[in-house]
Design a protein around this ligand. Sequence first.
Ligand code: DGL
Length: 270
Amino acid sequence: MSENRGHSIGVFDSGIGGLTVVKALMEHLPFENITYFGDTARVPYGVKSVETIQSFSAQITDFLLDRQVKLLVIACNTMAAVASDIVKSRSNVPVLDVIDAGARAAVAASQRQSIGIIGTPTTVNSNAYARSIHALDNRVRVYSQACPLFVPLVEEGWLDHEVTRLTAQEYLKPVFVESVDTLVLGCTHYPLLKPLLQEVVGAKMTLIDSARTVAAQAAELLQSRQMYNEQRCPPSYHYVVTDIPLRFQTLGSRFLGRDMPQVQVVRFAG
Ligand code: DGL
């Protein structure tokens, strides 16, 4: 693998939200090159069928593998929930995903063994978080809540808005009732709502940001397999989308907290 150390980490998502994972990767691994793929033509995935998401995920995996990435990171919780096996079966490089990373961090954090999961309808209906958590510790109680309105609210930039606060209070009522002590932000967009959600659920609740946990896993994996980039110079970041690069660039700087360079557009046939 040593000759591939300079190759990019391939990160993919249904659209823009996976940039929360890119931001965390940039912080954890400041010398790694990154290629990001956002399927902006077909977003949102969170309300689509399992079959559709699996076929889109396979296409994106093949695209990134053709670009010779050294590691794949499934940044999208919805794709990780229903298509991680498909991605792994096609990949000749290691694959990490936000659900596995988030589940591990949540089990480690929960004192009362009672964990709440919030995500898109497809992620919640898949039960993928509960399965991953129970594979680690089957005594943990898991409560899930779909929060479909959060994605458009974040994209609107309403990160600290009364409408978002009221929406969060409404969605999180069942979580309070079940008295969980750890809440997994199981969607790419939710880390941007972290301050507001922390305020709504109270300071005692541990919030798990799966973007940060998967970035920490990537750092560990590159270190343990000696796959990290040995070049200590500014890395290159490459962004590929399937539609409307300008919106991606504008919103993207909010997700990344920095300006975005050129964005390439590719169109899949069919
Ligand atoms: N990226 C998706 C996720 O993390 C949210 C946006 C979508 O529905 O496509 O679940």
